[in-house]
Design a protein around this ligand. Structure first.
Ligand SMILES: Cc1cc2nc3c(=O)[nH]c(=O)nc-3n(C[C@H](O)[C@H](O)[C@H](O)COP(=O)(O)O)c2cc1C
Length: 372
């Protein structure tokens, strides 16, 4: 059953996400993470190998182009440009929620285009926790989601606050862990659970791990904020309640860097998404324990300008990661993972709080804390 309001919402989201007003006023935490420079390194950027295996798939760099779009014919070009960049650089890519195409098969091409332009890339499908809760992810639906983009994994997005702010939102999260466990058991591909701007806490991450999911994308606070985007939509629709709630809760969430600290003890592969716009920030996220970094808005803006711009932007980010590792005198991600970053400000306080509340069997902390 086609729903024109979903199509329109997909377009609204892309247009509004391009505005600076869609970016959280909160810092994702990167300014509180310092990589320790090796003043005279013996590694040059050309020596650095960023290759890794993620969920059994070989990537040339630790990047996921965050799942953003699909669901309207006008966004097909954006997905094609993002996919061109993913294919060119050998990184992973997600698509936006595929629910629109489940309801209206005419919209399938706006997602399927990704596989045409990125035949060899790791592609991640996407569906909402609401659909999982409502039992809309039976075996046949999961097969449709995977087939649509020949997905290597499926992401389930969680966005409780966004749903509470949206006039059309409707979520009753009780039962989510059981429903996810059932979905994971039926899914033909690994399931990744992602937040979309509020981050994950440790307790939720541990419960998610027990459902059998394969990875967590922290989707932390500090980048694109769907609370702000829904607030803008509410203003336009003269929805006073939505506008008010979006304003009140605009800084609700866990900054991305802090959320990586929250979830890393799960031992699951971690994707750090939320407010990463260059390769140095990406390297800082990796230094905290992330395995991949997710990049949304920065790549969206480039992709709107066309495939060449998307390929160039992604190339620059990868070069910046390479330089960050070379300046740390590391030749690969494994070596880089053994280095300690220095934490300050909010991120150090977050770490200190975690150490205070850590259970007796807690593992050793990796980073040096300090509140300089
Ligand atoms: C226009 C737009 C649409 C998005 N749609 C989805 C979606 O359908 N499903 C999802 O899981 N995340 C969605 N996201 C969230 C991104 O995957 C990512 O978590 C978020 O943009 C934070 O990263 P950033 O700060 O680098 O933009 C969307 C983001 C943007 C900008």
């Amino acid at each position: 059953m086609s729903d024109p309001s979903i199509r329109q919402r997909k377009l609204d989201h892309v247009a509004l996400a391009m505005s600076d007003a869609a970016v959280s006023a909160c810092d994702p935490g990167w300014s509180d993470v310092t990589l320790v420079p090796v003043t005279l390194p013996e590694t040059s950027p050309d020596d650095v190998d960023l290759a890794l295996s993620f969920l059994g798939f070989d990537l040339r760099a630790p990047i996921l182009i965050a799942g953003m779009t699909g669901g309207h014919p006008d966004v097909e070009k954006i997905n094609a440009a993002l996919a061109t960049a993913a294919q060119a650089h050998g990184v992973a890519m997600g698509v936006g929620s595929q629910r629109a195409a489940l309801l209206d098969p005419d919209l399938v091409p706006s997602y399927a285009i990704v596989r045409q332009h990125a035949p060899d890339a790791f592609i991640c499908g996407n569906i909402g926790i609401s659909q999982v809760l409502e039992g809309e992810t039976g075996t046949d639906i999961l097969a449709r989601l995977v087939d649509m983009v020949e997905a290597n994994a499926l992401a389930v997005h969680i966005n409780v606050l966004q749903e509470l702010v949206q006039p059309e939102g409707d979520i009753k999260p009780g039962g989510a862990f059981e429903a996810l466990g059932n979905m994971v058991a039926k899914s033909p591909v690994p399931v990744i659970v992602k937040e979309t701007g509020c981050g994950f806490d440790q307790v939720t991450a541990n419960r998610l791990k027990d459902t059998g999911i394969a990875a967590i994308d922290v989707g932390g606070m500090g980048g694109t904020s769907f609370t702000l985007i829904e607030g803008m939509r509410a203003e336009t629709a003269r929805d006073r309640r939505g506008a008010r709630l979006a304003q009140t809760f605009s800084t609700w969430g866990i900054p991305t860097a802090c959320s990586v600290l929250e979830v890393r003890d799960t031992g699951l592969p971690i994707i750090a998404t939320g407010g990463i716009s260059d390769g140095l920030q990406a390297a800082k996220a990796l230094s905290l324990g992330a395995h991949l970094v997710g990049i949304g808005r920065k790549m969206l803006t480039a992709a709107v300008a066309g495939p060449e711009a998307a390929v160039e932007e992604l190339g620059l980010i990868i070069e910046e990661i390479r330089i960050s590792l070379a300046l740390s005198d590391c030749r690969n991600l494994k070596q880089f993972a053994t280095r300690q970053s220095v934490l300050s400000g909010k991120v150090a306080l977050w770490q200190a709080h975690k150490q205070l509340t850590k259970s007796a069997d807690g593992s050793d902390e990796k980073n040096i804390g300090g509140t300089d």
